[in-house]
Design a protein around this ligand. Structure first.
Ligand SMILES: Nc1ncnc2c1ncn2[C@@H]1O[C@H](COP(=O)(O)OP(=O)(O)OP(=O)(O)O)[C@@H](O)[C@H]1O
Length: 309
């Protein structure tokens, strides 16, 4: 079953086309990340898929329900944490959670039970007694995500969940997200941080200029851009020269290190071909390492940085 299935989603604000026909498929129990530069339309996509904003065109089913005809059923199964954080600064953390429990009509006892459970799991027991306005960014974000989970959603939308957090808080939030997925929850995550998508996502889609310019696993995306290579290091100048001759003009020479960089997409097929070649000519490499480009390379190669917005 798919948690999200969308075809040809379109949305414009006035003259500005924000989403220009977007197809999305997110299997249940996975983390899907929508990546894109500022203003690419990530938040708009989240707003549409969470029923907050109507698309101009296209269809979508979320948790098996039609987004428009069965909007209530969709809302009942999802949680949204966004830049429009729901935390009320005047209330304590515990009061914020209890308020969410009320909104979900949970009843007093059940509301208390879920609130206590979430405070424990999110390491918020101490903070829960103080007003949320006194919280650091990291604690506030944890409370915000905890509030999203009060209704026990099967799908959560996290819109830039770690923007502005320090590395430790960011890792904390990542762990909380992974825990959710381990319990079968599906996560739709938007982020500007390539590392975040790389760390968390099963699949990534890159949004730019209103279109998805690439989709795949982090590894698949990294293979899309040039720059990947296998580096071979040799212990003798003879072996180095012999290998350089064997691989011909395609290789990059690191004379001082006695190393060669052979272009490769990082697949096992390309690795096997290279090892076969070394075997064939009885060349011994001292060291072999595979270098795949990182997501930064992909992002910059795929998104148009010069477009005027
Ligand atoms: N309610 C609105 N009215 C008019 N224009 C809007 C509205 N909401 C969004 N936009 C425009 O749509 C474009 C996409 O915005 P959106 O917030 O979806 O991008 P984003 O990818 O989430 O960006 P960011 O990373 O900066 O949050 C922007 O140019 C924005 O100005």
């Amino acid at each position: 079953m798919h948690a999200i299935q969308a075809t040809s989603l379109r949305k414009s604000y006035g003259e500005k086309v924000v989403l220009d026909g977007i197809d999305l498929d997110v299997p249940q129990g996975t983390i899907f990340s929508l990546l894109g530069p500022n203003g690419a339309g990530k938040t708009t996509a989240v707003q549409i898929l969470s029923t907050l904003v109507r698309a101009d065109g296209g269809q979508a089913r979320v948790l098996g329900h039609d987004l428009v005809a069965e909007a209530d059923a969709v809302r009942a199964g999802i949680g949204v944490t966004g830049q429009f954080a729901a935390v009320d600064g005047l209330l304590t953390g515990a009061e914020n959670l209890l308020l969410m429990a009320d909104l979900h009509h949970l009843g007093r006892a059940e509301g208390r039970r879920r609130t206590d459970d979430l405070l424990e799991r999110f390491d918020l027991v101490e903070a829960a007694k103080k007003p949320a306005s006194s919280y650091s960014g990291g604690i506030r974000r944890r409370l915000d995500i905890a509030m999203t989970l009060v209704g026990e959603p099967r799908l959560i939308f996290l819109d830039e969940p770690t923007t502005g957090l320090d590395p430790r808080s960011r890792h904390n939030v990542w762990q909380l997200i992974r825990d959710q997925v381990a319990h079968g929850v599906t996560v739709f995550l938007t982020t500007q941080y390539l590392e975040e998508a790389d760390q968390l996502a099963d699949r990534i889609a890159v949004l730019d200029g209103g279109k998805l310019v690439a989709q795949g696993t982090p590894e698949e995306l990294k293979r899309l851009v040039p720059g990947g290579h296998i580096r071979l290091r040799f212990s003798s100048p003879e072996a180095f020269e012999k290998a350089a001759l064997t691989f011909g003009r395609r290789v990059l020479r690191e004379e001082d290190a006695l190393a060669l960089q052979v272009p490769s997409d990082g697949s096992s097929r390309s690795l096997r071909a290279l090892l076969d070649r070394l075997d064939q000519y009885a060349i011994d490499a001292d060291e072999l390492s595979v270098h795949t480009p990182d997501l930064d390379d992909v992002f910059f190669a795929l998104t148009d940085k010069d477009r005027v917005r």
